[in-house]
Design a protein around this ligand. Sequence first.
Ligand code: G4P
Ligand code: NA
Ligand code: NA
Length: 190
Amino acid sequence: MEVLKQRILEEGVVVSDQVLKLDALLNHQVDPQLTMEMGREFAGRFADCGITRIVTVESSGIAVAFATAYVMNVPLVFARRKKTLLADPDALCERVPSFTKGIVTDIMLSRQFISSDDKILFIDDIIANGDAARGLIKIIQRSGAELVGLGVVVEKSFQAGARTIREQGIRLESLVRIMSLSDGKIVFDD
Ligand code: G4P
Ligand code: NA
Ligand code: NA
């Protein structure tokens, strides 16, 4: 997505070899027009797949997941992050480590909002090591729903997340792929 590459070059801040700050576009501020364009792009790529529901994890994935759900005219469900879990027989839970934050969090999705009849498109903002994504994938699989694929805005292809998910045979589409952040420079994959 060319327009997104331009915006990332203009507004992204390289923090280290590993981390690109995207607060201006994804993690603090949201541009509604650009976000709707992302939603249209994902909707186009997953058109004719019979998607019945969009799923994401709070919080930064919600805006683009909403845009996609709006264009596809299906509901959006966002998995919640919980520090402590009350025993809830209705909830599907997974514990996920976050290497960047150095903590463990539990993500939760109520069985009320996902069913074995669903065909799910999982939308996320950034994929790095993919721990959170793998947690939500496990939840989707345990629900009995069909995971049609993943759409991520930014794939950091020098980290293992996207690759390991594709190796599971899951379709993963990214809007931009970043192959390097070395020397303070953003290098795209194509
Ligand atoms: P993962 O998201 O692939 O599982 O990798 P990791 O555990 O390393 O990431 C933890 C959090 O850090 C995730 O946000 C992820 O989106 C974010 N992150 C990873 N690399 C980058 C980066 O280069 N730039 C930015 N801006 N974020 C990065 P999260 O825990 O899902 O939080 P939230 O943003 O949804 O609140
Ligand atoms: Na994030
Ligand atoms: Na996210």
